[in-house]
Design a binder for this molecule. Structure first.
Ligand SMILES: NC(=O)c1ccc[n+]([C@@H]2O[C@H](COP(=O)([O-])OP(=O)(O)OC[C@H]3O[C@@H](n4cnc5c(N)ncnc54)[C@H](OP(=O)(O)O)[C@@H]3O)[C@@H](O)[C@H]2O)c1
Length: 354
């Protein structure tokens, strides 16, 4: 496959690819671009194919995922196409309707899961501004469109942010979902501020470890929870106190202002009783009946946010934030990576391109 660098420097031996990446007479001004860019139907790649992980059977879960050849995606209005260097996947996606049907409820399988990425922009859609061919980016793609366990993905430019050259692609991809989820859960939905206390469930996990770091930086007192073997990891990521959910009594925590729950079920229900009057239970595990006294329960799904991504990556560069990366695998090994028999710790990152 042609390298982005070749395309970017204009060495493409294939004229339609130069047109595809918008190099011909490239001018960042949107007016100039409107006059020059072809309609989507003209952005014909000549049937280029790519490798991707595909799912067709909801009941089969990750065991039903397969590595297949798929058509390379095309950039629609305000889209970018990104060559993916690192991608992430969240298991819950396979239970969400967006993986299986489009917004009108029509079957959209075979679909490509994974919505977290870091990579390099290779094409711009009609009207796309604020991002350039060859730029390093990272972001969260639309749940209802084909995703990032693939060599290329097309998605809305507003859903990405620039990835600085000194931040590795693996780190960029690993920052997207936990970073945005923790930020939105703590600060937008939980309204956490300095001097408050927060109980972070699963504090050694991917989202919990990010939430602990961000909450500490905001001046909150952080109590982390998890299994006994998670204690040291949770403390290393910023928890000031640790509750072993198998052996300690959760109720001994006392009152907190906010609970950030990534576990759900009985743990979520019991946690509601620990929240100070007027406090908040924030959960990412789905709807729950649990309600804190005089307070709110907010169950949410993370959304893309360029400003938040930019702030998060600046903290990584400043050495204030660490990602929690576990297994790193090639696209060819992704199905095996998501179906390991032993429980893996940390974020699994897939590398379609190195
Ligand atoms: N709604 C959203 O927008 C959104 C966004 C991101 C993630 N999520 C969901 O959030 C959940 C957490 O994601 P993650 O990536 O952080 O997963 P993760 O890395 O596996 O973290 C979960 C942590 O909780 C611990 N844990 C789970 N059940 C436990 C229990 N019963 N007792 C004690 N510890 C327990 C796990 O320990 P072990 O590893 O030992 O099991 C792990 O440390 C997933 O369900 C994910 O799909 C939702």
């Amino acid at each position: 496959m042609l390298k982005v660098a070749d395309i970017y420097t204009g060495k493409s031996p294939v004229p339609h690819l130069a047109a595809k990446v918008g190099l011909v007479g490239f001018n960042p001004s949107s007016q100039a671009r409107m006059e020059r860019l072809p309609y989507r139907g003209e952005l014909d790649t000549g049937g280029d194919r790519m490798k991707a992980i595909v799912v067709t059977d909801q009941a089969a879960g990750t065991a039903g995922a397969t590595l297949l050849d798929r058509p390379e995606p095309q950039a629609a209005i305000n889209d970018v196409v990104v060559q993916i260097h690192a991608a992430g996947f969240t298991g819950d996606e396979l239970t969400w309707p967006s993986t299986w049907v489009d917004r009108a409820g029509r079957d959209r399988t075979p679909s490509i899961p994974g919505h977290e990425l870091a990579g390099v922009v290779t094409a711009l859609g009609y009207g796309t501004t604020g991002v350039s061919i060859g730029q390093r980016v990272f972001g969260l793609t639309d749940w209802y469109r084909d995703g990032t366990l693939a060599e290329y993905v097309a998605f809305e430019a507003r859903n990405l942010a620039p990835l600085p050259s000194d931040v590795e692609f693996t780190v960029g991809a690993a920052l997207v979902m936990p970073g945005l989820t923790a930020w939105q859960g703590l600060f937008e939905h939980g309204r956490l501020h300095a001097g408050q206390s927060v109980l972070v469930h699963g504090a050694a996990g991917v989202v919990g470890s990010m939430a602990s770091q961000l909450a500490r930086q905001a001046g909150a007192y952080v109590i982390g929870t998890g299994r006994a073997d998670a204690r040291q990891t949770a403390l290393d990521f910023g928890a000031q106190q640790f509750i072993d959910l198998d052996n300690d009594a959760l109720e001994d925590v006392g009152e907190v202002d906010l609970v950030f729950d990534v576990i759900g079920g009985d743990i979520g229900r019991r946690s509601a009783g620990l929240i100070r009057a007027g406090g908040t239970l924030v959960t990412v595990t789905g709807p729950t009946e649990a309600r804190p006294f005089g307070g709110l329960t907010i169950d949410f799904v993370v959304i893309p946010d360029r400003a938040q991504l930019t702030e998060l990556v600046q903290r990584v560069r400043a050495g204030r934030l660490r990602t929690n990366i576990g297994n790193v695998a090639a696209l060819e090994d992704a199905v095996a990576a998501f179906n390991r028999t032993e429980r893996s710790k940390g974020k699994t990152i897939i590398r379609p391109h190195l």
